[in-house]
Design a protein around this ligand. Structure first.
Ligand code: NAD
Length: 267
């Protein structure tokens, strides 16, 4: 990746810029950023990361080999129209907009250009996004690898078929919110049981991090790990019985299915 241009300078653009600069994947001098109406934002990104902010889209896209479209889904088609004259077949376009299909982007590009869709999540801000990408027919193996390298600066990356991006959105795109919801309930119970908020927060966060690390490093399945903590007649068994009576697993399955269906409806 020699030169990368960000169209849109919001929180997702900043998370990726921050990752690229921290991991020295691209020299900040070769990162251009442009947005619609906020000069101050471009100046602040320049000061923080040394990237070049410009309001001139033609200038921003000159010689870019990667153009990363980081605008809201509702602004994506207008943005594509505004960059269309400057798109070349050597470029790779990367869209992080949920629900905007490759076919729509290809229609506006009207050139045989590589287009990659990515679905990161908000944990990108702390370099821990679970990102899935899909590639179109014009994407070379080298460009695919470039996209993987790019999103690995903000977390982990899997490559999927575009049809699977709705399921990814329902699972890991919205996933952080499901876990926050669970933490809210755990915090509430801790408070009801007399633990102070700071103590509860530390215990809950470390419990989540520890369980995530176990899942990542152990060869055992989640069910085996669960059974290993559940001694007969013990506290975990008593607690889990309540979750099973409430059919919490079914609630999670329904939740992810509904989020996936909503992603399809919005696309
Ligand atoms: P944001 O609102 O913070 O930023 C959007 C940026 O786009 C702004 O800088 C705005 O000026 C710019 N913009 C709008 N229209 C433009 C145009 N025509 N030309 C140039 N710039 C234009 O949004 P965000 O949270 O950074 O999200 C950006 C995209 O990332 C969205 O499509 C969103 O679906 C996707 N995404 C975000 C997250 C996240 O964690 N924030 C996660 C997954 C996907």
């Amino acid at each position: 990746m020699k030169k990368i241009t960000f169209i849109g300078a919001g929180s997702m653009a900043e998370a990726i810029i921050s990752g690229l600069v921290a991991e020295q994947v691209v020299d900040p001098k070769n990162i251009n950023v442009t947005n619609k109406s906020n000069e101050a934002r471009l100046a602040s990104l320049n000061e923080k990361y040394g990237v070049t902010g410009t309001r001139n889209i033609q200038e921003a896209m000159k010689e870019a080999d990667v153009v990363l479209l980081a605008v809201k889904p509702k602004d994506m088609l207008a943005t594509m129209q505004s960059i269309q004259p400057y798109i070349t077949t050597e470029m790779m376009l990367v869209s992080v907009a949920a629900g905007v299909h490759t076919a729509s982007l290809e229609g506006i590009a009207a050139k045989e250009v590589a287009i990659i869709r990515a679905m990161p999540n908000t944990s990108a801000t702390v370099g821990q996004s679970a990102t899935a990408i899909s590639t179109n027919a014009y994407t070379t193996a080298e460009q695919r690898q470039t996209a993987i390298t790019l999103f690995e600066t903000i977390g982990s990356v899997v490559v999927v078929e575009e049809e699977q991006l709705d399921a990814v959105t329902g699972l890991s795109g919205s996933g952080p919110a499901y876990l926050y919801y669970l933490v809210e309930a755990m915090e509430k119970s801790a408070q009801d049981l007399g633990l102070d908020a700071g103590t509860a927060k530390q215990l809950i966060i470390q419990t989540m991090l520890g369980a995530a690390e176990m899942l990542k490093h152990s060869t055992k399945s989640p069910a085996t790990l669960r059974k290993e903590v559940t001694s007969p007649g013990g506290t975990t068994e008593a607690g889990l019985k309540v979750l099973q009576n409430y059919e919490v697993d079914q609630a999670f399955i329904a939740c992810i299915e509904e989020a996936t269906a909503q992603s399809k409806r919005m696309g």
